[in-house]
Design a protein around this ligand. Structure first.
Ligand code: NDP
Length: 451
């Protein structure tokens, strides 16, 4: 049977765009449909604008540090609308880059919503229908908000980049990546931030010691963080929102932001009609080659709810093209993925937490926690954490946790060594770079504890 395309990609985010371009480079005839803006969550309403907001929010502290270092810096004020204008101009530029990359790769772009009609057919919101030998679903996810009365009064990370003015006060609900990152960002920009997290400590699943340090320092920097508290009810009161917490406290906020997780964008996509298996959260179930139970249909990225990170979606895209268009079946390696949480302080992590490693077998834990030179001189009290978890039997470094400025940059490098299977002794025979914070990673002699 002759198809209109060899590959039809649904979704123009990091994963979809990469798969379309690379597949097209193999000589395949490729089309891509995107219903909103090219670039997806990462570029339009995620990693990129978030990181620019992190940068913007750090100047307050930098200016105060500058004074401590002898500079005469007056108190500045932050102009949200000026920043927002530049932010959106940058996002427009990046969207253009993505579009040009696809055009330059001979991928046909449809600015339309696509749904599945059958195993080889997609229907567009324009009314057009196309057939394809392979269909790749890369439609990502969206913020999910708890089902409660008046939940619509709150915003999510989608709206935060579009606000006409910064609120004076905000309640952030949640204790995951997005909640903790935005608590730091908005606090740095001068917003009074309250954060409610239902569990006993933020950043569930990560290393306990790192979580504790981040929580303490978020509070020290001004975030009014309450663990073990959730939102009970909310209602409009004048221009504000009156929130009742499970702690019995009733408080007024200018805004409430839900950062309570993300759900796969699978609703109304035609999956049920075609018989594609989905999981409990609506995620598309795939095998290690990103293939669904319908052999012509594949799915990558957040819609599969494996590891919700841009570089992982890109890896899945590359593996998909290797498998389907290059005749080289390639499973995606989801082990030992380094990542960073852009909290303030920043957290870089690769491998196991102390708790998870200890549950698997005997370990040695090496910890250095200290006031770094830069902060100490500036009179800041914050400490940094450098932590290695080592397998007592194989001597391999099973996990590395860094809570410090630029932890994301550091963990990228440590990630290479850990992925290669470096042992504690490999770290030890690496000469320190002095004076840096990271030198502690290669100079920790005796274990702080064993487990
Ligand atoms: P997370 O899953 O990280 O966090 C969701 C938070 O919301 C958790 O604290 C969870 O609590 C809480 N929660 C869930 N449901 C409710 C509810 N009904 N009421 C109250 N609280 C609730 O999701 P995020 O939205 O923060 O981020 C989504 C994903 O995006 C992340 O997992 C990550 O993969 C990715 N991401 C990565 C970033 C990075 O790499 N720097 C930055 C931002 C996002 P509990 O712990 O109790 O379940």
């Amino acid at each position: 049977m002759a198809f209109d395309y060899d590959l039809f990609v649904i979704g123009g985010g990091s994963g979809g765009v990469r798969a379309a371009r690379v597949a097209s480079a193999t000589g395949a005839k490729v089309a891509l449909a995107e219903e909103y803006r090219m670039g997806g969550t990462c570029v339009i309403r995620g990693c990129v604008p978030k990181k620019l907001m992190v940068f913007a929010s750090e100047f307050n502290e930098a200016m105060s540090d500058a004074r401590a270092y002898g500079w005469d810096v007056p108190d500045g004020t932050f102009n949200w609308l000026e920043f927002r204008g530049k932010l959106h101009a940058e996002l427009d530029r990046l969207e253009g880059v993505y579009r040009r990359l696809l055009d330059g790769s001979n991928v046909e772009i449809f600015d339309a919503r696509a749904t599945l009609k059958d195993a080889h057919t997609v229907t567009l919101s324009t009314g057009q229908t196309f057939t394809a030998k392979h269909i790749l679903i890369a439609v990502g996810g969206r913020p999910s908000v708890p089902e409660m009365e008046n939940a619509g009064l709150g915003i999510t990370s989608n709206e935060i980049f579009l606000l006409d003015e910064l609120p004076k006060s905000i309640l952030i609900v949640g204790g995951g990546y997005i909640a903790c990152e935005f608590a730091g960002i908005l606090n740095g920009l001068g917003v009074e931030v309250t954060q409610y997290y239902r569990g006993e400590q933020i950043l569930r699943g990560f290393d306990g010691e790192a979580r504790g340090l981040i929580a303490d320092q978020m509070k020290e920097r001004g975030v009014d963080l309450h663990c073990g508290v959730n939102i009970l009810s909310m209602e409009k009161q004048g221009d504000q929102i009156c929130v009742k917490g499970t702690n019995g406290v009733e408080k007024l906020f200018d805004q409430v932001m839900f950062a309570t997780g993300r759900s796969p964008n699978t609703q109304g996509l035609g999956l049920e009609e075609v018989g594609i298996k989905t999981g409990r959260k609506g995620e598309i179930v795939v095998d290690e080659y990103s293939q669904t139970n319908i052999p012509s249909v594949f799915a990558i990225g957040d819609v599969t709810d494996r590891v919700q990170l841009t570089p992982v979606a890109i890896r899945e895209a590359m593996a998909f093209v290797e498998t389907v268009f290059k005749g080289n079946p390639t499973a995606v390696d989801h082990e030992l993925i380094p990542s960073a949480i852009f909290t303030q302080p920043e957290y870089g992590v690769v491998g196991l937490s102390e708790e998870d490693a200890a549950a698997k077998g005997p370990i040695e834990v090496y910890v250095a926690s200290f006031k770094p030179m830069h902060h100490a001189f500036a009179g800041r009290s914050d400490r940094v954490l450098m932590k290695l978890i080592v397998c007592a039997d194989t001597r391999k470094v099973l996990g590395c946790h860094i809570v410090a400025d630029h932890a994301g940059e550091m963990i990228q490098m440590v990630g290479i060594a850990v992925k290669m299977g470096a042992t504690k002794e490999d770290f030890d025979r690496t000469v320190a770079v002095h004076p840096t914070m990271a030198e502690e990673l290669v100079t920790m002699k005796a274990p702080t504890r064993t487990a």
